[in-house]
Design a protein around this ligand. Structure first.
Ligand SMILES: [Zn+2]
Length: 568
């Protein structure tokens, strides 16, 4: 029994499946393949859970943690601009403001267990146990609270790691799938270890396997295993069902967790975003350069690089030639090696942001989710665009150019929604958001600002990944007082923290943006809850430990992000 017996009014088990998608769960539950999810649907409430815009893992889980939009917690992407520089840094909990759910529960005297939640390094000194998740330096010794916990965990779960051990490469899909499955099983083992270590009133574990498998193996599902060799029907069949296999295992993991939670507990299952197919990347910086927003330096080396770039000698084209000439084996086999190679060679031989002439550049992109930043005077180190009228005129021109952009294959408008920060975010850190954020009309195309000038064409097929994020995640709620069969519509990540606080009888800070998802609960249960609101919580969430990450740590995390296809 992992929960304390005296815990009242409720014990809550929160389970995260990064990237889990409701339409897949519906389809496979209906086919009888996901009995636990099916049980949760029949006995409890469920529905889609809207992600943050853009639906990027660190921003999304931080919104779940704080009940706040990114304008209040300050975390918008995998990367944040480094102050006084055009460089970016990988985000972590020290970039996040606003009190986390586990901090509020700890302050209220509840015992918590928080494990493997992305972007929670460095961990907080909670009342209970905490081990951080994705974006933790791979070899960090301080990813735990209390100290020593991680070492004990590693003793109990051999091969424990914050990242999947395998690296995707075409032709090795089956080995990759096996590693993802084993990795999620180790996350369960680690969760069991932590739950057995001490009783808690609230526990939260996140499983990442569905996200990684969906990024790299979606293609196999979409085309019935087309990426497997034609002469291996068994392999074709297994890969066609690869994503399904990861969901089926998630279902079994959930069954075990429900067992551990016990009858009286409230179990909530969420994801940070959904998934769908990915075909092409838009290289935003290449487009900005073509439209004259971004200019290169006119040094001799810079001019040579520009010549090569204009001739189409770019990292992606050289990669393609090494593949065609059969040099791939020696040069780069895997996504990780290729990205590492791209990164090291890119800056020396090819054009990168280091070759940008900032004195003549008005806009640039840096980040994962379609961001454009203005080279603003007084904010950027060599800003040239005047705040006020100059800034507004530039944004208007950019919006008009984006609207005019046509898809080279269909001739249809390429860009869908275009946002200014005020459309999406509100709060004291909204000014850290990109000046413009846009989405391709077709979500199979992804706008990307990470690989500076990987191609001289603004739109290229995705080399490795075949799936990417969508806005709708999942929400399931099960336990005493939950409406059986209720469908919860219109909920978003902001709503999870206030809902948990309400269930546990802890005041909800006034500055949380979300609401209590009361439609999931019966009238009697609602009447029994005393929902109260408390003072705004502004504290720096990661402030309990030093926030500066060493260059070494930063490099280690970037290497891992490369392997996962988030790198740059
Ligand atoms: Zn995610």
């Amino acid at each position: 029994m992992p929960f304390s017996e005296e815990a009242r009014p409720a014990r809550v088990m929160l389970v995260g499946f990064d990237g889990a998608t409701l339409e897949l769960i519906h389809a496979w539950a209906e086919a009888g393949l996901l009995p636990t999810f099916q049980r949760l649907m029949a006995q409890g409430a469920h529905g889609p859970l809207r992600s943050t815009m853009p639906p990027v893992t660190p921003a999304a889980w931080s919104t779940l943690a704080t009940g706040m939009n990114p304008g209040k917690h300050g975390l918008f992407d995998f990367y944040a601009r480094r102050k006084g520089s055009y460089e970016t840094e990988v985000v972590n909990a020290s970039h996040r403001r606003g009190a986390s759910l586990w901090r509020l529960l700890s302050q209220a005297g509840k015992r918590v267990m928080v494990f493997n939640v992305p972007a929670t390094y460095p961990p907080e000194r909670v009342n209970g146990l905490m081990v951080s998740g994705l974006l933790t330096p791979a070899d960090a010794a301080d990813a735990d609270w209390p100290p020593g916990l991680l070492q004990a965990l590693k003793g109990a779960v051999p091969d424990f790691s914050f990242y999947p051990p395998g690296i995707f490469s075409r032709g090795q899909d089956e080995a990759f799938l096996d590693e993802i499955l084993a990795w999620d099983r180790r996350t369960l083992q680690a969760t069991e270890f932590l739950l057995a270590r001490q009783p808690c009133d609230f526990c939260f574990s996140v499983f990442i396997g569905i996200d990684i498998a969906s990024h790299f193996l979606w293609r196999a599902m979409a085309t019935q295993g087309a990426s497997a060799p034609a002469d291996e029907p068994r392999l074709r069949q297994r890969l066609a069902g690869a994503i399904q296999e990861v969901y089926c295992q998630a279902d079994a993991i959930l069954a075990r967790l429900l067992e551990l939670a016990g009858e009286g507990a409230q179990v909530i299952v969420v994801s940070d975003h959904g998934f769908g197919p990915l075909d092409r990347y838009m290289h935003i910086n290449s487009w900005l350069q073509k439209r004259g927003y971004l200019k290169f330096k006119r040094t001799p080396l810079g001019l040579a690089k520009i010549l090569a770039y204009n001739l189409g000698i770019t990292p992606l084209s050289v990669l393609e030639w090494t593949r065609r000439l059969g040099l791939g084996g020696q040069v780069q086999q895997t996504a990780s090696q290729r990205n590492a190679w791209l990164k090291s060679v890119v800056k020396l031989v090819f054009l990168s942001l280091a070759d940008v002439d900032w004195s003549r550049t008005t806009a640039y992109s840096a980040g994962y989710g379609g961001p454009i930043f203005v080279n603003l005077k007084g904010r950027e180190p060599q800003g040239i665009v005047e705040p006020g009228a100059g800034y507004e005129a530039l944004l208007e021109r950019l919006i008009a150019d984006l609207r005019a952009l046509r898809h080279p294959e269909t001739g249809e408008p390429f860009v869908g929604e275009i946002y200014r920060p005020g459309d999406l975010y509100h709060g004291p850190y909204a000014h850290l958001a990109p000046d413009l954020l846009f989405l391709p009309r077709d979500w199979r195309d992804q706008a990307y600002g990470v690989h500076d000038f990987a191609s001289n064409r603004w739109l290229e097929p995705s080399p490795d990944r075949s799936g990417t994020h969508r806005m709708e995640g999942i929400f399931f709620m099960h336990g005493p007082g939950v409406h059986p069969g209720a469908v919860v519509e219109g909920s978003s990540l902001e709503d999870v923290a206030p809902t948990v606080l309400a269930l546990m009888g802890v005041p909800i800070p006034k500055n949380m943006d979300g609401r209590v998802l009361s439609e999931a609960l019966s009238q009697e249960r609602l009447a029994g809850l005393s929902i109260t609101y408390g003072e705004a919580e502004e504290a720096l969430a990661g402030a309990s430990q030093a926030s500066e990450m060493s260059e070494q740590d930063e490099r280690l995390i970037r290497d891992r992000l490369d392997a996962l296809g988030y790198g740059g």
